[in-house]
Structure formats: structure tokens, C-alpha cells
Design a protein around this ligand. Sequence first.
Ligand code: KIV
Length: 317
Amino acid sequence: MARTRASTIRARKGRPFATITAYDAAFGRAAENAGIDLILVGDSLGNVVLGYASTASVTLEDMERHGAAVVRGTNRAHVAIDLPFMSYEPSNEEAIRSAGRLIRVGASSVKLEGGVERAERIAAIVGANIPVIAHIGVTPQTASLDEGFGRRTDRERLLADADAVAAAGAFAVVLENVDPAIARVITARLAIPTIGIGSGADCDAQILVLYDLLGLTVDPPPFAKPYADLGALATAAIRRYADDVAAGRDQTGTPLTSRARANATAAATAPIAEVCAADVSIETPVKRPFTAPKTTSAAKVTIADQIRPRCVDGSTM
Ligand code: KIV
């Protein structure tokens, strides 16, 4: 099945549609199955998946790897991949080369940040037949260096940026944290769809960072509405698994052998050194060349001994 093209997205101008970020095959598939046909592999990857404080730490290699994973997990969605910090700023040639690398891993288009000052780069990439999504308002790659992440309200500047990126050939433009009244004017003014995030309901489309939507982000921005709490679900599931193991149940529900149960009980209740002793005396009380410690002092327990008590599944140790 052919992927949704940039021209199809552009033609959606005036009809509301949802877009979402994704960073791997599983969530790319989930987004596509939910009917999303514009998925952005955003460099928010750096914050929500890789644990960086800033998207400026994200590399082109990061975007290639995660972009390719989303492409592999999807069939018909348009997959736009972000050009990361400093992969397009230095020159038109470098911008085209970087965009080309993302196209090679399966991107349907690329996105870059900036308005008037980046229009030339957008035109260069579009000139190489690579579709571009622009991104104005808050531009996170450099926001912390200067203006911060607060709402953008400079009407003249925002209109100039919007006009410049549209004239340069972008087929859509993200408006991040733009005053909703100004976003409405930009949306009415441009022939290309505006994709809003924190910029009000009057944009043509909306985008959310997937991890914010799923409740996986520790400190989401105030405009990001969580639609689920997967963070809490994941913690509860992992705790249930850990409880099963501590209680001597395996993951299939199969009861463990009495030996394993004894080990599990010992592991759950005794200090490390005592568990070593319990394990050894249950399994091979005579043959194993191991002298069970007579004391609970950790200083007398070897590393191998400390690892052993955790093997409570009944397999041979
Ligand atoms: O990197 C990203 O996820 C983005 C969206 C917030 C638009 O640029």
C-alpha cells in the first residue's frame, strides 16, 4: 500500500486532522492502527525516550535509527522525520545532505525549525524534491538559549515567519505555543495546513508528543492533555511480576517446585548470606564445593554467592 503523500496532507487544509509523534515500530504501528496518517518522528525523542534535557543533544544518527524503526512499523502513514540541531543550519548543501539521509531510511518528508532565517534552507531542500514541514513559534532546539518556551505573541514576527516558510515551499507548518488568536490568523492566511501544539483549536491540525498523550512524561507541558496513564500501568504491571517472583510463582502461572518455593521464600525473607546457605543446603548439600557462611556479614559473601539466591525459578543453579 502506498504511503500518504505530502500533497495529500497539503490538500487537507481546512479539515481538522490529528497527527502524533512516534519513535519506534510498536508505537508507530499503534498510531497507524488508530487512523493517524501523518506521524512525526520528532526530535522530542531526545527528551522523552533518550532522557536528554534538550533536543539539541539529538544526532542525525539518532533520527535515522528511530525514524527507520517507525517506517518499519507502518505501511501507509506519511512518516516525517525531524532534522536535528545543526544538521541543516550550516549550509544549503548540508541541509540537503542531511535530509537525503532521512529520506534514505524511509522518511516521507523532513521537518526543520525556524522561520524567516530558515526559509533559504527550506527552499533548498524542496528544490531537491524533498517535502518539508516547517516549525515556527517555540523552536525547542534553541529555545533555552534565548527566548525560552513561553507562549509566542509577537504578531508581526510570527506572520513574517509563517509567510516566509510557506513561500519557501513547506507543505505544512507546525505552530508551537503560539498565541491562539495569532494562530487563527496564520491559519486563515496560509494555503498550507497549520499543525498546532499549544496554539488553540483553530489550527488545521493538531499534534501531540506521544509520551505526553500516554502519560509517560514526568513533566509534560501544560497544554498537553494526557489520554491515558501508561506510566502508572507499567509500574503496576512490573510490580505484579516482581511480586509473583518473590512469592515463588513463575510468569506462566505454573507452580514452582517445592525446592524453588523454598528458595523463593528464603530469597524474599532472609539476608543475602543466609539465603546462600539455604540454597546450597537444599540443592546440593554435600557435593558443592561451597561453605555456607555462618554469619550474615556481607563481607564474607562472594559476588557469585550474592547472585545465586536470585535464581529462584527451579532451574539448575
Ligand atoms: O519534536 C517534536 O516532537 C516536535 C513536535 C512537538 C511538533 O517538534
